[in-house]
Design a protein. Structure first.
Length: 270
């Protein structure tokens, strides 16, 4: 209700499903290259107070939802080994995100008079820019324990065709894993992430309509912890399941806080 005093509509919840498809190839012991392409399904539920005709300033709460789905941005990555021995490995992460995801997603709202209008920034499927993906990763082993850490970033370049670019993202994470049998291991992970506000703006969005259309209300930082299980299967197959819980969030302005996240992955090594 407090946010509706400043905006015509406010998001109540947002669900994002991401199905990531990837392939990696190692042409040498030092270099591994790969491609990753996501398919994204976004669903946002919103509320707004509609004025009642003849209601003498009275309003009626209306709930609605918007959706978008399609492929996201294609990522081309390379991992180069900087150092490796029996117990320690360090490799350099290099990548480029290509703007294959749409930034023109539209949907109908109660205010659009039956027309599809451009959706706010979080509902778009890509960044619209070529993004640089630098990073460095360390992996170590001590007896049966494996552990590691990674520093990475998403650095936006220039502005997209809608005259904005998303904020840069910076991430630091650490993990450890311990086998509990021949084919099963358990893992824990800590993840800190920070991201900036949008630079520029989409002129088709009305920043007074909904907070997700405000370029200055997108930044934030978050720390989360995760537990996971990895299962090795015959013929080079591996299944991984991880449950991640945010334990600290600091968001600019009224934003939707992140909920716990479940990730299921399947990997085949040929």
């Amino acid at each position: 209700d407090e946010v509706l005093a400043d905006f015509m509509a406010v998001p109540r919840s947002m669900t994002m499903q991401m199905h990531m498809f990837g392939a990696m190839y190692a042409p040498s012991n030092e270099l591994t290259v790969g491609l990753m392409l996501p398919y994204i399904i976004n669903d946002m539920k919103l509320a707004m107070d509609m004025p009642m005709s003849g209601g003498m300033g009275m309003t009626m709460r209306t709930n609605f939802e918007t959706q978008s789905q399609g492929i996201g941005d294609l990522k081309a990555v390379a991992l180069y080994s900087l150092f490796a021995n029996d117990k320690h490995r360090v490799h350099l992460n290099m990548g480029l995100s290509l703007p294959t995801g749409s930034i023109d997603e539209k949907d109908e709202t109660p205010m659009s008079m039956g027309n599809d209008i451009i959706l706010p920034y979080p509902m778009q499927l890509g960044s619209g820019t070529y993004d640089v993906l630098p990073g460095v990763t360390y992996n170590g082993t001590q007896d049966s324990l494996s552990y590691g850490g990674q520093l990475s970033a998403v650095l936006r370049t220039f502005s997209n065709e809608r005259d904005y670019r998303l904020g840069n993202r910076y991430q630091a994470q650490a993990w450890a894993a311990l086998p509990i049998g021949q084919t099963v291991s358990l893992s824990v992970r800590g993840d800190y992430e920070q991201w900036g506000n949008i630079v520029g703006e989409d002129s088709d969005l009305n920043p007074m309509m909904v907070p997700t259309a405000r370029k200055d209300l997108r930044a934030g930082k978050q720390f989360s912890t995760a537990v996971g299980v990895n299962v090795l299967l015959p013929a080079g197959n591996r299944i991984a399941l991880e449950y991640e819980v945010p334990v600290y969030q600091d968001l600019d302005g009224p934003q939707l806080a992140a909920d716990p996240m479940l990730t299921l992955g399947w990997q085949l090594v040929l």
